[in-house]
Structures are given as C-alpha cells and as structure tokens.
Design a protein around this ligand. Sequence first.
Ligand code: TMP
Length: 234
Amino acid sequence: MKKGELVYEGKAKQVYLTDNPDEALVWFKDDATAFNGEKKGTIQSKGVINNAIASFFFKLLDSYRVSTHFIRKIDERAMLVKRLSIIPIEVVVRNIAAGSLAKRLGWEEGRKLSSPVVELYYKDDALGDPLINRSHVAALGIATPERLDVLENTALKINTILMEFLVGRNLLLVDFKLEFGTHKGEILLGDEISPDTCRFWDATTNEKLDKDRFRRDLGNVEAAYQEILKRIGE
Ligand code: TMP
C-alpha cells in the first residue's frame, strides 16, 4: 500500500491517497485546536493514542453491524479507510449536559438528560459550525429527510453500543460528535471516535478524561487520553 498525495488536511488529521482509488490513508497528528482553531497546541502522542482508540471503536461498531469507513490500522499513526464523500453535517449525541448545551440552556454540567439529545451542526469552519435543525438541512440541500433519519438513528444506535461498553470500564459517555459520508452510494460512519470528539468522565469521580482538559487548561491531557486507551483494554 503506497502513501500517495496529501488530499486533505484538517486540524487533527491528514488524508492521503493510496494506490487504490476507493481507499485513503488517515494520518493522526498530535496537533490540538479548540474554539474553531482559536486555541492551538500539541498533545504529546495524541495521534498514536487516538489512532488506537478510534481503530478499537470502529472494530467494536463493526461487530454490531454499524457500517464505518474503517478498513484496518496500518501503523501507530495511520489507518486505512474507504474514501468518503463527506456529508457536511456533524451529528452530536448527548446523555449528560455539558459544554455548549449546558451553556445554551443555562444548565449545570453533569445534569443527566432524561433521554439522549441529538443535535445537528453545519460543518463549515468559516461559519464556526453553527447549530442547525432539519429544515435548515432541507434548505441547505445537504441531506434528504430519509438520509437524515439514517444519520440520526445510526448515531443513537452508536450511543447505545458505546454507553454499554463504557459502563463496564467505569466511564460515562457524556456526549460525542459523529461525521458520515457516502461511499459507492452507501452511508458510512467516518472521521474518528476518540477523546477529541467525545466527552468521557470517570463514572465514580466525574473526572474529565477527554479534550476538555486541553480546552479548559486542566492539565494532564496526555495522561487522560492514555487512561481511556488503558480502560478500553488496547
Ligand atoms: P459541545 O458541547 O462543544 O457542542 O461539544 C459536543 C461534543 O462534540 C463533545 O463531545 C465534543 C465534540 N466536538 C467535536 O468533536 N468537535 C468540535 O468542533 C466541537 C465543538 C465539539
């Protein structure tokens, strides 16, 4: 497998072509950003840890018949994936109020939600990824109602799978963000599942074991990411 041309560079990952036009190589960086790129930093070994965690979760989801872009982990920092045409919608699922939801509704962080909340954000850096609803999606013409149903239902299924898995590791899944794309007409989960894109709290102490340690300057960021890797048993 040949690592070809760099075709996309995001804040945390690079995407390279391979010798197979249906596949791409995702390379995980140590760079971290927050607040739409305003805060920049590096988290030592983050790329290695997130590649391991994301590879593990993609395999877990595959075992529950959730279709993802993941093919296999190639090395410490890279995974091979199916090439996607990304749907520009970020799907966030929340079980406990935190972050922007706590702020928007004036709720204390840690308030348990009576049922999962699903939110949609328009993936557009220039606009700062604004919160949108179903009619905005229709007006933007970025997904049909049927396709949006698939995204939301898949996100809720993933929530159940991850929550059940993590409860056995003494971890709370507070919230997380997913991205989807299409590959040969099929909708696949893309991007990553990692402490960059999820909030994980220790179930006993509520200690934050995710990117909020970087966003909020709480310290011990790398140790928190390592702890997640250790708890999932990789
Ligand atoms: P929020 O509370 O800041 O809206 O974040 C909700 C979840 O989405 C949280 O688990 C972190 C994740 N997230 C991303 O993966 N990328 C982002 O750019 C943002 C803002 C949040």
